[in-house]
Design a binder for this molecule. Structure first.
Ligand code: FAD
Length: 512
């Protein structure tokens, strides 16, 4: 029977390998492709610590708008268009389902607690109204619920056990479309064009430096194609060996924001990597290979899905209880890139300006904030990343903060990243620091990682007086890290998690 179908886009902002879209278009007379602009996600919040809305910094808002423009453009080539509405998504959805006489509602299943609650309301409304609901799992390679079921109802707590359980993911869909069913009657509703960030009320942004990464499915597929062209690079990829200081040409794919918004299907990415492996023969393996990186994503999605209160310390069964200290001044110095350690500060400035940094750079600053130097709560660092990253992802961000703070998954708190020698190993000349901290651009290379050791005459010549033009270090790393180790040992001794499975499945120092 022909009917009106509605595809509700949230993530999954793509045409390729989109099971919800494929089901929606099949046998439908009219197809309504809808995205609801949520003011809470978009409207300026002047009280936030950086320009943006209550939920997101500007870079990610801009990335989302790019994704929507691109999706609309592609839909138009298929005889359709994106129907943009504004308001509370649940209310808007319930109204249009009724007014547009929708018989079939399709949307990608989302595991985040925020969407979970929202989707339940929409689903309940649709079911009560006799509307067919189709909500497939396609944001991840696997269905986290199925993996958890295979593990006897508990999420696997190590990467290795996850990989063993997971098996092979479903293949991506192969359907391509030359046209989609036309949009039906939308009378009575104000449909919007994709706004620019200026139109959202952010004022004059001409002085703002934005991320070089632009959103959208077209850009995602182009980026993927370019990365895969270098088969040798794909086949020999080892994440721990990649250079965190490479910024002109990053050492990893920078596909994370595209996976986050679903402009790129993880199953398609996975399949493309396997095609390269088949062509070249010899290749690296998980956890360090590129396929291994996709499996890290799955691992965190699965644990997050099956762990109540995953995003907090209290009430989270897999999280060590650690008496982190409260020190707003130190926290703000870290957040604003003013710790006096150029490697740490440059990374935090890259985060602010680009919304993306290399994985090992994230390791460095997360370790520094928590168990390495400042002993500040991982939840505070998590919130900064959550706001500023363009790839900000609930499961992955929380999972990695739990890991880096030695609160879960990884317990070798004696292994601390040096804020001096770690970066120097990759970039002895300090080009990364000079780029993101131009105040240090003329500092001689022997002092670039420790500018407080430069004689005053050198500081004057470099036009950078420490304590005036660039801050003095907020802590002395050797003493601070020693104190952190002591506090971690005390916290571990008191923590009862030592008795349970999480610690027994201790990571054997897995490099990733
Ligand atoms: P590549 O190395 O090219 O990997 C390909 C894909 O695999 C990535 O796009 C990503 O989807 C996935 N991936 C890679 N590394 C990891 C990992 N360690 N865990 C889970 N998935 C991974 N990643 C996010 O996508 N969103 C976040 O909010 C996020 N927060 C993080 C917070 C901290 C404290 C740390 C240490 C890491 C965080 N990561 C996060 C993981 C990782 O740093 C990024 O996924 C990666 O740097 C993205 O760059 P890429 O696309 O070039 O990665």
């Amino acid at each position: 029977m022909e009917s009106n179908a509605l595809i509700w886009f949230r993530k999954g902002l793509r045409i390729h390998d989109n099971p919800a879209l494929n089901h929606a278009r099949r046998g439908s007379k009219h197809l309504f492709p809808v995205f609801v602009l949520d003011p809470r996600y978009l409207d300026p919040d002047p009280s936030a610590f950086s320009p943006g809305s209550a939920r997101s910094a500007l870079n990610r808002i801009r990335f989302l708008l790019d994704c929507l423009s691109d999706l609309d453009a592609t839909l138009r080539t298929l005889g359709s268009r994106l129907l943009l509405l504004r308001g509370d998504p649940v209310r808007v959805l319930c109204a249009i389902l009724k007014d547009w006489k929708i018989g079939k509602l399709c949307y990608e299943f989302d595991t985040e607690p925020y969407s979970f609650a929202q989707d339940k309301q929409v689903k309940d409304f649709a079911s009560l109204s006799g509307i067919e609901v189709f909500s497939p799992v396609s944001h991840t390679l696997f269905n986290p619920a199925v993996v958890i079921e295979k593990n006897g109802g508990r999420p696997p707590l190590t990467y290795q056990s996850f990989v063993k359980l997971a098996g092979e993911p479903p293949a991506p869909l192969t359907e391509t479309y030359s046209e989609l069913p036309p949009v039906g009657n939308v009378e009575g509703y104000e449909l919007l064009s994709v706004p620019s960030i200026e139109e959202l009320g952010y004022g004059d942004l001409s002085q703002e430096e934005f991320s070089p990464f632009r959103g959208g499915e077209t850009e995602a597929l182009k980026r993927l194609k370019e990365a895969l062209e270098d088969k040798e690079w794909v086949a020999t990829f080892e994440k721990p060996k990649s250079d965190p200081s490479a910024f002109l040409k990053p050492a990893t794919t920078v596909l994370s924001p595209y996976l986050k918004f679903g402009c790129l299907s993880s199953r398609y990415f996975y399949q493309c990597l396997h095609n390269v492996y088949t062509t070249v023969g010899k290749h690296t393996s998980p956890p360090v290979s590129l396929v291994g990186q996709l499996l890290w994503r799955e691992f965190f999605y699965t644990v997050a899905f099956g762990t109540p209160h995953f995003d907090q310390m209290i009430g989270n069964k897999i999280c060590k209880q650690i008496p982190w200290r409260d020190d707003e001044e130190l926290f703000v110095a870290w957040r604003e890139g003013r710790t006096g350690y150029p490697w740490i500060d440059a990374i935090m400035i890259q985060l602010k300006k680009w919304g993306w940094m290399h994985h090992l750079a994230r390791h460095s600053v997360a370790c520094f904030l928590t168990r390495g130097d400042l002993f500040i709560h991982w939840e505070k660092g998590r919130d900064v990343f959550k706001r500023l990253l363009i790839d900000s992802d609930w499961a992955i961000n929380n999972g990695n903060w739990l890991w880096l703070s030695c609160s879960s998954f990884f317990y070798q708190y004696n292994r601390i990243y040096s804020p001096i020698s770690f970066g120097k190993k990759y970039d002895p000349d300090g080009n990364y620091i000079r780029h993101f901290l131009p105040v240090l651009k003329d500092m001689p290379k022997e002092y670039i990682y420790e500018p407080w050791t430069a004689p005053l005459s050198v500081q004057k010549k470099a036009n950078c007086i420490i304590g005036k033009d660039y801050p003095k270090r907020v802590v002395v790393h050797d003493a601070a890290s020693k104190e952190c180790r002591k506090k971690m040992a005390e916290a571990y001794a008191l923590d009862h998690l030592g008795d349970n499975l999480a610690s027994k499945e201790i990571s054997n120092g897995l490099r990733r």
